[in-house]
Design a protein around this ligand. Structure first.
Ligand code: MCA
Ligand code: AMP
Length: 506
């Protein structure tokens, strides 16, 4: 297989990465990554403190160049979740920016500070430094130095990304170099994605969407990624269109916020209208937001459907008829089928027969780290069971209609298991019983609702206290946004909580 990042090996002056004032060309990125790669070579795995910064990009590229699998860590991860991920993945080192404060949970692990070198730095004007002596000051290779090597087994893991299931703590999804390359190349084919594209986004860098699509994608193409640091409507208006950005990636919550801001913001309208491609994924984009954006800007948001375990499965093809509500057709190399409850394969393209989506192809993960049983249970032969329910339209387009597991919540594009939040709530001294559900939310898609039976009905723990408790143990995006207090949870004869019987739920 060719290298993951051919442009990196070509070492040139083209822009690769921009995070505000921190900017790196391909030459500078190769040099900075090469310096860190030299320090981790031979390790079994490394963690990366995945702040939304150029340090994360350098750290991940360094590890991939060295052939060392990366475990991206959410810098806001709470103590319990961090302890689980670190215990489960046993990284040999944690790569971080020099100014990052790491939590106590990482104290026993070697810390390696990543340097940007080059023009990185607060004012973007630092002189190029060459810690390896491999490059001359213009960022081109000295004749005697070898280019960064990437000759690694395509089946070897590139990333281990943690993702929530219905029960238990998150599982580590092992993604091979082959899967990453295959999925990014299939997207490039579907979208006409090239080295000329400048991808703008404000996604977190510890999940597939922001890291694989949003960072490794542009770098594989030889184009540029401009990260907003944090998503904001103003940032999108500034960077897209006349700002130079050609492609926007976002979750539906971000497009919803853009749709809300369009009225009366001519600059934002022009920025979106001037983009080549607007892509939404991670959750369903409501038709109302699709329509508002199309009406104001003339641009149709393209939806693509993927999953941490499968990377990208389908996409709407740009330039076709607007198809709000569908996630398009299978990408090159991806086989997709719908399967009935009794296991029979559904062949109908009638837009109404519902089945579970199963996929196979070179985009699939290699397994859950250290969990062969969970891996085996996720497959039907060589088909991966996504747990998503869908129908297929007459032209083969996939329309997602729901999920098999009601205990998985998608909030802000993050997948969150109800069980892990329930366990965290039960650890609060004031909580006797707890159940967690998702309910519709115009901004987040779904919001997390905690149903709590307090130990002392006279003095129940407050809503903010419970939210802080969950944020501190797991992560802020897993915190309940609403707490409802009950005297008892509805249960069946076996004692199982009947979530559908909770007041106001279906
Ligand atoms: C709030 N905060 C707290 C607490 N409450 N911190 C600690 N304790 C608390 N009790 C902090 C947060 O950390 C954050 O800080 C700020 O307050 C706001 O938090 P929040 O309300 O959660 O943020 P939001 O405004 O609701 O975020 C919306 C968002 C976000 C920006 C859309 O949900 C997001 O980035 N979503 C992207 C998810 C994603 O990438 N999913 C991909 C996985 P501060 O303000 O400082 O940040 S799916 C995937 O990868 C597959 C493959 C796919 O198909 O894509
Ligand atoms: P995660 O496991 O966090 O990677 O989330 C994957 C899940 O996100 C999928 O199984 C789908 O349920 C959902 N998802 C991703 N993209 C879309 C989309 N375009 N429309 C609807 N749901 C999506």
């Amino acid at each position: 297989m060719s290298a993951l990042f051919p442009a990196l090996t070509a070492l040139n002056d083209r822009p690769a990465v921009r995070f505000g004032a921190d900017r790196l060309t391909y030459g500078e990125l190769a040099r900075a990554a090469g310096a860190s790669a030299a320090r981790i070579g031979g390790m079994e795995r490394v963690a990366v403190w995945a702040t939304p910064s150029a340090y994360t990009v350098v750290a991940v590229v360094a590890a991939l160049t060295a052939g060392v699998p990366v475990v991206p860590l959410n810098p806001r991860t709470g103590e319990r979740e961090l302890a689980h991920i670190v215990g489960d993945s046993a990284p040999g080192a944690v790569l971080a920016g020099p100014a990052d404060e790491l939590p106590a949970g990482l104290a026993g692990i070697e810390r390696i500070d990543v340097e940007l070198g080059g023009r990185g730095g607060p004012d973007g004007s630092g002189d190029p430094i060459d810690p390896t002596g491999a490059l001359n000051p213009t960022g081109t290779l000295n004749p005697t130095s070898p280019p960064p090597s990437e000759a690694h087994d395509p089946e070897s893991p590139a990333l281990v990304v943690y993702t929530s299931g219905t029960t238990g703590p998150p599982k580590g999804v092992e993604l091979s170099r082959r899967a990453v390359a295959a999925s990014l190349d299939a997207l490039a084919e579907a979208w006409g994605w090239t080295a000329e594209d400048v991808v703008v986004h404000g996604l977190p860098l510890f999940h597939v969407h922001g890291l694989v699509l949003g960072v490794l994608g542009p770098l594989r193409r030889g184009g540029e990624v401009r990260h907003l640091g944090a998503f904001s409507v103003e940032g999108v208006a500034r960077e897209l269109g006349a700002g130079g950005g050609t492609v926007l990636f976002g979750v539906p919550t971000m497009y919803h916020r853009l749709a809300e801001a369009l009225d009366g913001d001519a600059g934002l309208v022009a920025a979106l209208a001037g983009a080549r491609l607007l892509v939404s994924g991670s959750a369903a984009l409501p038709v109302h937001d699709h329509e508002r954006i199309a009406a104001a800007t003339g641009r149709v948001v393209v939806e693509r459907y993927g999953m941490t375990e499968t990377l990208m499965n389908t996409s709407v093809l740009p330039g076709g008829e607007p198809r709000p509500g569908t996630v398009g057709v299978p990408l090159a190399g991806v086989d997709l089928r719908l399967v009935d409850e009794d296991g029979s394969v559904l062949g109908l393209l009638d837009g109404e027969t519902v089945g579970e989506v199963q996929v196979r192809g070179p985009n699939l993960f290699s397994g859950y780290l250290g969990r062969p049983e969970a891996t085996a249970a996720a497959f039907d032969g060589d088909w991966f069971r996504t747990g998503d329910m869908a129908v297929r339209e007459a032209d083969g387009a996939v329309r997602l209609v729901g999920r098999k597991a009601t205990d998985l919540i998608k909030s802000g594009g993050y997948k969150i298991g109800a069980g892990e939040i329930e366990n965290a709530l039960l650890d609060h001294p004031g909580v006797l019983e707890a159940a967690v559900t998702g309910e519709p939310d115009a901004d987040l898609g779904e919001r997390i609702v905690a149903w709590v039976v307090p130990r002392d009905g006279e003095k129940p723990p407050g809503e903010a206290e419970l939210a802080d408790h969950v944020a501190g143990l797991l992560a802020p995006h897993k915190r309940p946004r609403v707490v409802r207090y009950l005297d008892a949870l509805p249960r069946n004869d076996m004692g199982k909580v009947l979530k559908k019987a909770l007041p106001g739920t279906r």
